[in-house]
Design a protein around this ligand. Sequence first.
Ligand SMILES: [Zn+2]
Length: 205
Amino acid sequence: MDDIVKLKPARTVAHTRPSREEAEAAVKTLIAWAGDDPEREGLLDTPHRVVKAYEELFGGYGERAGETLSRVFNEVEGYSDIVVVRDIPFYSHCEHHIAPFFGKAHIAYYPRGGAVGLSKLARIVEIFARRLQTQEAMTAQIVNAIEKGLRPRGVAVMIEAEHTCMAMRGVKKQGSSTVTTQFTGQFRESSEEQTRFFNLLRSAR
Ligand SMILES: [Zn+2]
């Protein structure tokens, strides 16, 4: 339980983290609110499991994107052209309904003097996905983390996602996907660079 107390929120907000027992009691309340009996056999351990799952699903609050990008490899034989990592799968939760949204993130950057391990970019996506999010904010946070960590000549991020809060409730639009993009540096300045990015995402797989 000690490790939970150490977790820090993404933004420094003055709030006290509830105890595990309080969190489990809250889940029990929601089960009863949904209309079921939290004391029936199949649901007895559910509050415990949900709170445990939350530790993993929202584990991004305890991690720093800056640390992930701190190791830059300079031995790239002078490579300075575009680096694209596409189809990075992610699962996140919308901050309005705590309903899952999931999809793929695509990241490109123009290195300046060094490259980062490709798995680190996937890790950055994971850190921000495992928080309560909006797709727009998550897109911007990924861009900003790469900007800060790598100081590249430009970053492009595109996220395509399906939001279950839209598919399962409210307007009940299934199969629709939401696309967000954000560009910095060379990508922002040149529409040709943006086109190149989109073409590389579409090219043969
Ligand atoms: Zn939502």
